[in-house]
Design a protein around this ligand. Structure first.
Ligand SMILES: Cc1cc2nc3c(=O)[nH]c(=O)nc-3n(C[C@H](O)[C@H](O)[C@H](O)COP(=O)(O)OP(=O)(O)OC[C@H]3O[C@@H](n4cnc5c(N)ncnc54)[C@H](O)[C@@H]3O)c2cc1C
Ligand code: SF4
Length: 492
């Protein structure tokens, strides 16, 4: 245990965010540096619990008390070894994870939990800065070929594990760059894309091959892929968005979040001088109160929106754990993300318990207003409250209402024809057995495509586990670890 009295003597502290009026003028990450002595204190708060519930909260089973102790003792090189033992990409989770480990931390029963995520990101950033993250190519090759379809965190984790196990791995990605939602969903101010590029350089040096601009099922059939490769890992995500079918939906200026966010990310990549879908000078409405909605807010703020309002059909969540969501479950609480802070300081609003009834257009066929009504619910549904209807200005609308599952594109249609009805599960995701194999022999499944829209940490965990299963399928044995069996844990 790092410091037996650490949790008594130190409060939980996190690095400050850069001032709102400064950070909204650029797209860089919002957090300031965290001084090392402060981080040591945060690591010292870990109690090295006999039963570390943080392990259970983390889908990767991260060895959290071990690396807290190592950071406290200033053994950073060993701490990155322990972190990489369970997580291929701590630079992604350390920045982006909602940290179910912290929700499960034992200290959180009657105090603030250990700042686990902060310790994680400082370990990996230091490791890159010191040159400790080097390529780890395999010592021998198996002669087996694996195709990974999709280059989000699930595909990348599977590819890195399988390459290191000695297989020849090719990652196919239909987009023009590698990274999935890490690249084109999550904005630069939450994670600068240099973190992906740095990791890809390591993967390339280890021998993973990447082919962008290849839509599997269109540019190459599933049948050909199965002929050419000994195993396939499907990691295409759950990118089929939920829509809002109300009057006026077809007006100009109404976009899905994943139509609005990618061109903005492409501006940061240098592809466009300004986004072809810009909020500059416009009254913006974001429909959906989740993280994707927050990403749309932060983007619209930086593009110079005239006003921003976020609408959510659910009531405002509580600020502290209600009795119905006790420790160590992951609670649904009111959050003040950096984008919400920017919204509040800019005079924007978050409106709860409302439902959109209609979009109203102007003479040019573009949206000019949105009609909404307050609702009671959820209960047995959402009931409109009579007399609460009103209209608000809306010149750009971003729909952020979640995703319904994987797109049933050419690839999945073709595989489903081979496998029959059991290829999809009851929720429309690609079904897999406990060994992460779909109902098509040698075709494995990892990430959102199998579990529905979820989290980066789950995608990495599933990528690692599917790689382990594929390695065993190819060689009859495996030394690759399994993070989690697919049915063992509840959804976060
Ligand atoms: C805007 C937004 C913000 C988010 N923020 C967070 C966050 O802060 N923290 C968090 O934990 N989670 C977040 N999530 C969720 C998280 O990004 C996903 O759960 C995660 O990326 C899923 O990883 P994946 O590898 O399964 O799929 P994805 O990241 O969706 O990657 C799938 C890739 O497969 C490619 N593909 C699909 N079909 C084919 C094909 N036929 N041929 C070739 N390529 C194909 C797609 O183009 C895509 O690049 C966010 C999601 C969104 C939309
Ligand atoms: S549950 Fe919290 S206090 Fe206990 S070992 Fe994990 S991080 Fe440390």
């Amino acid at each position: 245990m790092a410091d037996p009295k650490g949790f008594l003597t130190h409060e939980r502290e996190l690095p400050a965010r850069r001032p709102v009026d400064v950070r909204i003028r650029d797209w860089r990450e919002v957090y300031q540096d965290f001084p090392k002595p402060e981080l040591t204190k945060q690591a010292a708060r870990c109690m090295d619990c006999g039963i570390p519930f943080c392990h259970n909260g983390c889908p990767l089973g991260n060895l959290i008390p071990e690396w807290n102790d190592l950071v406290y003792r200033d053994d950073w090189q060993e701490s990155i070894e322990r972190l990489h033992a369970t997580n291929n990409f701590p630079e992604f989770t350390g920045r982006l994870c909602p940290a179910p480990c912290e929700a499960a931390c034992v200290l959180g029963i009657n105090s603030d939990p250990v700042a686990i995520k902060r310790v994680e990101v400082e370990i990996i950033d230091r490791a890159f800065a010191e040159g400790w993250v080097t390529p780890r190519p395999p010592t021998s090759k198996t002669g087996k070929k694996v195709a990974v379809v999709g280059s989000g965190p699930a595909g990348l984790a599977a590819a890195q594990q399988l390459t290191r196990a000695g297989h020849d791995v090719v990652v196919f990605e239909r987009a023009d760059r590698i990274g999935g939602l890490l690249r084109y969903g999550i904005p630069e101010f939450k994670m600068e894309k240099r973190h992906i590029d740095r990791r890809l350089a390591q993967m390339r040096a280890e021998g993973t091959e990447f082919r962008t601009g290849v839509n599997v099922g269109v540019d190459i059939t599933a049948a050909r892929l199965r002929e050419e490769y000994d195993a396939i890992v499907l990691a295409g995500g759950a990118t089929q968005w939920r829509d809002l079918s109300v009057t006026g939906r077809d007006l100009g200026g109404i976009y899905q979040a994943m139509e609005y966010l990618p061109p903005s990310n492409k501006v940061q990549e240098g592809d466009y001088p300004v986004s072809p879908i810009s909020a500059e000078g416009k009254h913006v409405i974001v429909i959906g109160g989740g993280d994707t909605g927050a990403d749309c807010i932060g983007t619209a703020v930086r593009q110079g929106a005239a006003s921003i309002t976020q609408l959510e059909i659910m009531p405002r969540p509580p600020e502290t754990r209600p009795g119905s969501q006790p420790w160590p479950t992951f609670p649904m609480l009111f959050k003040m993300e950096s984008a919400h802070e920017e919204l509040a300081e800019g005079g924007g609003d978050r409106v709860y318990a409302v439902s959109t009834t209609e979009f109203v257009g102007d003479a040019d066929g573009n949206v000019r207003a949105l009609r909404l009504v307050e609702v009671e619910g959820p209960g047995a549904g959402f009931k409109p409250i009579p007399g609460t209807e009103r209209e608000i200005p809306a010149e750009l609308v971003a729909l952020s209402m979640g995703f319904v599952g994987p797109e049933k594109n050419g690839l999945l249609q073709e595989l489903a024809q081979t496998a029959g009805d059991e290829f999809f599960d009851a929720r429309g995701n690609v079904a897999r057995d406990k060994g992460y194999m779909s109902s098509v022999d040698g075709v494995f499944v990892a990430g959102d495509i199998g579990r529905g829209q979820s989290l980066i940490v789950w995608a990495i965990a599933e990528g690692r586990s599917a790689a382990s299963a594929a390695d065993r399928y190819l060689t009859g044995q495996t030394a690759l670890p399994v993070a989690i069996p697919p049915t063992a844990r509840p959804l976060v």
